[in-house]
Design a protein around this ligand. Structure first.
Ligand code: CS2
Ligand code: MG
Length: 403
């Protein structure tokens, strides 16, 4: 049996912060897991190094399910993004180790490929409608079959999803949270014309997506879903905060626009009501924030019973380790829908060498044993942690809102 001999947490900032767990075994192989929680990185790093690593030493690395249960039930304090990201990192690293020992890519251990490759969506954004459509064309020219559209809102200084640099989007941009101003009324005036113009310019085939980023009340979200219906969006995401799951029932009563939610979910319990009542169409939970491959597969299995498909979060605050793990998951689950993909910086790609690849709008995790991704510790050490927060949003009268 491969015994865990050592585990350590590596925090690095090659342009943005990443937390990685590396587990060593006496079988001559190691595994890596992503534990990055944007803006709260060091909480997970401490949870791992202070409270998880000491419990791992000496255990059989093959007992993935048992270790998962030990960390989940054994903490007594269940769930929450910090706990579940820490468990996820251990889980990913153990699947990586199992794959390396078996000499197989992780997707083979998960039942093998259910498709040739996985469809990903890129992020097209611009200050106005025309440059957003031009950005979308850029993605389509690279072979993308699906593009997310976000544009600036006239009368507002900036908004979620629109970056200074078109090809990169990094909202955690400040040593202390940046304060931004939000106007629902102005936002709701620009998104339908954006979609009308995009559908007209880009034709019927390309999948068009949009992220509301939790900014609307249920009835406002219902209005947007209804207004976008003629342009056949692939989904609207996080249309309203999901703590109140009944809010989604209200949106459903008014529209057939597909709904996606779940990038901030950390356990199956966050999604249970939404899935069982068929209030959503895509579940966006990730391997990093929702307890690793072991737990994400459980969520996908529940979703599959209700024809809800997966659409994993894949922003740049999930490291290439998470992207690799997501691609093994995506390739294998029967109810895969789509995968979000944002290219990382060259510095990040150098810190995390990986086997996954992009081709013609699709991705594949590659055939390397394990997850097919690693961390170059020497490179990582040259990029020390730098505190960075996500922004906050306020309404025009100063009321704090959902960012
Ligand atoms: C987002 C994220 O990719 C998405 O859909 O909502 O960019 C999100 O803002 C970040 O992951 C926050 O850390
Ligand atoms: Mg989102």
């Amino acid at each position: 049996m491969p015994r865990i001999t050592d585990a350590r947490v590596i925090v690095t900032c090659p342009g943005r912060n990443f937390v990685t767990l590396k587990i060593e075994t006496d079988a001559g192989v190691h595994g890596v897991g992503d534990a990055t929680l944007n803006g709260r990185e060091l909480a997970v790093a401490a949870y791992l190094s202070e409270h998880v690593v000491p419990c791992l030493i000496g255990r059989d690395a093959h007992r993935i399910e048992d270790i998962w249960q030990f960390l989940y039930k054994g903490a007594y304090w269940r769930r929450g993004p910090v706990t579940m990201s820490a468990i996820a990192a251990v889980d990913m690293a153990l699947w990586d180790i199992k794959g390396k020992i078996a000499g197989l890519p992780v997707y083979q251990l998960l039942g093998g490929a259910s498709r040739e490759a996985v469809m990903v969506y890129g992020h097209a954004n611009g200050v106005g409608i025309d440059d957003t459509i031009a950005a979308a064309r850029g993605y389509i020219d690279q072979g993308y079959k699906a593009v997310r559209l976000q544009c600036g809102v006239p009368g507002m200084a900036g908004t979620y999803g629109v970056s200074k640099r078109r090809d990169r989007y990094e909202p955690a941009d400040s040593d202390l949270p940046t304060e931004t101003i939000w106007s629902t009324e102005k936002y709701l005036r620009i998104v339908p014309p954006l979609f009308a113009a995009a559908r007209e310019a880009l034709g019927p085939d390309v999948h068009l997506l949009h992220d509301v980023h939790h900014r609307l009340t249920p009835i406002e979200a219902a209005r947007l879903a209804k207004d976008l219906e003629p342009y056949r969006p692939f989904w609207i995401e996080d249309a309203t905060p999901a703590e109140n799951q009944d809010g989604f029932r209200l949106i459903r009563q008014h529209s057939t626009t597909p709904l996606a939610v779940g990038e901030v979910f950390n356990a199956i319990w966050d999604a249970k009501t939404l899935i069982e009542n068929q209030l959503i169409d895509y579940i966006r939970a990730t391997v990093t924030h929702a307890g690793g491959l072991t737990h994400l597969r459980r969520i996908a299995a529940l979703a599959d019973l209700y024809q809800v498909r997966t659409g994993c979060h894949g922003a740049t605050d999930l490291s290439p380790v998470a992207m690799a793990a997501a691609l093994h998951f995506d390739l294998s689950v029967p109810n895969f829908g789509i995968q979000e993909y944002m290219a990382q910086t060259d510095e990040t790609d150098r810190v995390f060498p990986h086997a996954y690849r992009f081709e013609a709008g699709q991705m594949h995790p590659g055939e390397a044993p394990g997850l097919g991704v690693d961390i170059d510790e020497a490179q990582a050490a040259t990029y020390p942690y730098k505190r960075a927060y996500l922004p906050v949003a306020r309404l025009e009268d100063g009321t704090l809102w959902s960012w």
